[in-house]
Design a binder for this molecule. Structure first.
Ligand code: SF4
Ligand code: SF4
Length: 163
């Protein structure tokens, strides 16, 4: 029997169809958290403060099609700029493929289930506060590092069925 090799293992990002490209997003919501940039070093820090359009539970954008009407500075990830966006979390599907790595067990393309990303604990589900509830001057009180480390524990949690 011939096993079909999944598209993300055979194609570069540039070769993917729009549908394939879109499906690389695991729905973690981490890129929709506010980030702070240190003015002198340029270092970027994640906060637990979510964009006003991000749903705390589903981790989806509430108005994806019209988001720029509400959030003009929302960054659209594209095949052209994926290389330049240094703040994509290490678990991001686009970052992994762009770096020549594989998707992990929790990715919906691997598991076949959009919930595994939450079960693995790598998503923003239930641990963010809306930017509408925090004064911009207080953003630095919400700096967190879990968006960068969630994958470490999740990799060890790989269920037997996914091995
Ligand atoms: S960080 Fe990457 S995988 Fe997660 S929601 Fe954003 S684009 Fe999708
Ligand atoms: S507008 Fe939507 S896609 Fe853009 S950062 Fe906010 S929640 Fe994310």
């Amino acid at each position: 029997m011939m096993e079909k090799i999944p598209f993300w293992k055979t194609k570069t990002l540039a070769e993917m169809t729009t549908t394939e490209w879109e499906s690389l997003c695991d729905g973690c919501g981490l890129c929709c958290l506010n980030k702070l940039e240190e003015w002198d070093s340029g270092d970027i820090y994640f906060t637990s403060i979510r964009c006003k359009l991000l749903d705390n539970e589903s981790c989806r954008c509430a108005s994806y099609e019209n988001r720029w009407d509400f959030v003009p500075d929302c960054v659209q990830l594209t095949k052209q700029n994926v290389d330049e966006i240094a703040w994509l979390p290490p678990t991001c599907g686009y970052r992994l493929i762009n770096e020549g790595r594989d998707l992990y067990w929790w990715h919906p393309l691997v598991s076949g289930d959009p919930e595994t990303v939450h079960a693995a604990g790598i998503s923003a589900r239930g641990r963010t506060i809306s930017e509408t509830e925090v004064d911009v001057d207080d953003f630095e009180d919400y700096v967190v590092d879990w968006p960068l480390t969630v994958g470490d524990e999740a990799r060890a949690k790989q269920p037997e069925t996914a091995k």
